[in-house]
Design a protein around this ligand. Structure first.
Ligand code: GDP
Ligand code: MG
Length: 268
């Protein structure tokens, strides 16, 4: 039940943040609020470290997909699953406040999926992901795709143990989102600029959006993509396959350094 405690604390803390603006949480001092937040993040980091250890021991490549609602995370996942089907073991963890609509879309595409409903929570945390991945019984060498709750704020601060955060920005959202929500673009290693098929119909400058994103995070890799037309999908799939290969190779390297039970006991 530590899971519930984590979330309740988080909800409490979020209310308290509002309290800092004077609306809620009377009687809680600012230093107390800061301590609560630090405790939540520290506990989350412990769970994230457990997840990361599990991923590395099993050669699992885990990605945390973050974005505004409606940018196309599930649509991209459905297309990704179709392209990798049969060639790569994979599974999906879906995070939404309510409904299991997205998990149903993923299962219909042919991949196992666990839906997490966060209720009032605005992000997944590492403990929820740990529980979900146990349910999924991931095969060694799997790709694990985690679709976080849609918003560009809260998921930035919560490590799930993933190899990378992948931020999706769609061309209908405006170029300036990286400047308005810098934490998310700083936390990500890859940005998928989605819905590029709509560019001819919009007043959106993709180069400007990318410049803003790289102003926040100069190392950010960017792929222009469309879940609808398939543009950019091959580059995204190649990036995923590279990550999966590296995860498996790293696992084998670690395994080969661990003495076997026989040599470890110094027999012979
Ligand atoms: N034109 C276009 N529509 C897209 C694309 N990707 C997603 N959509 C549409 O955007 C809407 C939201 O997509 P969804 O995958 O549910 O977004 P999520 O909330 O980020 O998971 C749906 O109507 C999708 O069909 C795209 O590349 N091009
Ligand atoms: Mg979705």
């Amino acid at each position: 039940m530590r899971f519930r405690a984590l979330e309740e604390n988080a909800a409490h803390s979020r209310d308290s943040e509002a309290g800092a603006a004077g609306a809620h949480a009377p009687g809680i001092s600012q230093s107390r609020m800061i301590k609560i937040e630090r405790d939540i993040l520290a506990r989350n980091n412990d769970y994230a470290a457990e997840n990361r250890h599990y991923f590395s021991a099993h050669g699992i490549f885990a990605l945390n997909l973050v974005s505004s609602p409606g940018s196309g995370k599930t649509a991209l996942l459905v297309r990704t699953i179709a392209a990798l089907h049969g060639a790569q073991p994979l599974a999906v963890i879906e995070g939404d406040q309510q409904t299991d609509n997205d998990a149903a879309r993923i299962r219909a595409a042919g991949a196992p999926a666990v839906q997490i409903n966060t209720g009032k929570g605005c992000h997944l945390d590492a403990h929820m992901v740990g529980q979900a991945m146990r349910q999924l019984r991931l095969q060694d060498g799997s790709l694990l795709l985690i679709e976080n709750v849609g918003n560009l704020v809260c998921p930035a601060g919560f490590d799930l143990g993933e190899a990378h955060k992948v931020v999706i920005l769609s061309v209908t959202e405006g170029e300036d989102k990286p400047l308005k929500y810098p934490d998310m673009f700083r936390a990500a290693d890859l940005m998928l600029l989605n819905k590029c098929d709509l560019l001819p119909h919009l007043d959106f400058a993709p180069d400007l959006a990318i410049e803003y994103a790289r102003r926040i995070n100069p190392e950010l890799k960017v792929i222009r993509i469309s879940a609808t037309s398939g543009e950019g999908m091959q580059e995204w799939l190649d990036w995923i396959k590279g990550g999966c290969r590296n995860a498996v190779a790293a696992r084998l390297r670690v395994a080969s350094q661990i003495p076997s039970p026989v040599s470890g006991r110094g027999l012979g």
